[in-house]
Design a binder for this molecule. Sequence first.
Ligand code: HEM
Length: 385
Amino acid sequence: MDLKMLLSDQGRADPFSIYAHLHSSGQAVALDATKDGYAAAVYGYEAVSRVLRDPRFRQLGGEYMEANHSGWRRHRALVVLRDSMFFSDGPVHDRMRQRIGRYFTPRRMAILEPSVAELTKVTLERLATLPEPIDFMGEFAFLLPSSVMAEVLGVPQEDLGWFRPRVLAIGAILELDGATWRNMVRANTAADELTEYFTALVAARRAEPRDDLISILSDVDDAELIPNLITTFNAGFVTTTHLLGNGLMLLLDDPSLRGKTITDEILRYEPPVQIVLRYAIEDCAVDGVPVQAGQAILVMLGAANRDPKRFPDPDRFDPARPDNVSLSFSLGPHYCLGAALSKLEAEIAFPALFERFPGLALAQRPPEAKPLILRGHDQLLVTVR
Ligand code: HEM
């Protein structure tokens, strides 16, 4: 595969035909490491699952950055990301994950369910008051998961508007060719502002604890806590935002899907995270493709979800698929901590949305989604009446 093809306008608009072509042979393909920056792209379901569990493949954390991008520490956004569990591995990762994981229990999900239902209702009632056309992405798909995450962390709801541009600025540098100078400047400013915000909020919760994630973690020191709060908060809604946006498009295209349980199939078919990155800590091979120590690879979750060996007729949207376990939440030590929460949100939101607004329709067809890592629409203009 030529990475340029995937990054072209056509590849971005329809990566799925590239995935289909890749699946005609093998599970991984060599890329030009010098030109592309990645030694291989792994796309077979089985190979992707294996790599995600293989301790020889790590996140592009601090050690990788030291070796490949001297001066990276000048970028506060990169430092915040690398100081979090997302980009850590080994015992440091496991410790951080265990601490944050204290919160994400099945019991907590049961406690959150009525709040998610209530926040859904409030967000829908607010939609009814807005002039049309309404941007579904901003006014619902973003607002609901961010309100839920605000509840989880203990962020005051009235601060959410302030967060969106900052969260999007950090998300922009995670895109495959997103670390442009302009994006970095914005992301660094956002990282500074978010650090300042959460430092103050943590201090407030230490003084007066509540029943929220920040209060539960108040014994963790700031150097570890703040980067994890920023990244968990971000992870909690950019992704779920796209789950809701991508799901809405599918439900509008085929009204017979309404009322069915379709969350797992939306996740398989249009995963909000299409690609994750890893690098090898020793020389090895994936499905016969050599990867040298220090080289990075693309781990293509979205392509693995369309592997015909795992999902027959993979380009068909079929909520009745048996054993529908996609790789959309990753696998192994970095398996998404919020998988249950985001599924809960989608399962509550879609039925409530169409019950409240049976006539919901697109006001105009949006352009195809462009991002290849955090994939979804920036804007979806709809009418609800
Ligand atoms: C549809 C929604 C979501 C999707 C598709 C998604 C996807 C992912 C993926 C693919 C990863 C692993 C990245 C990797 O292996 O490199 C991940 C990790 C993570 N996600 Fe999610 N996520 C979603 C929602 C959430 C929510 C709601 C939360 C928080 C409440 C959350 C918190 C996290 C955290 C903390 C990690 C890092 C875990 C670790 O590194 O050990 N995510 N997510």
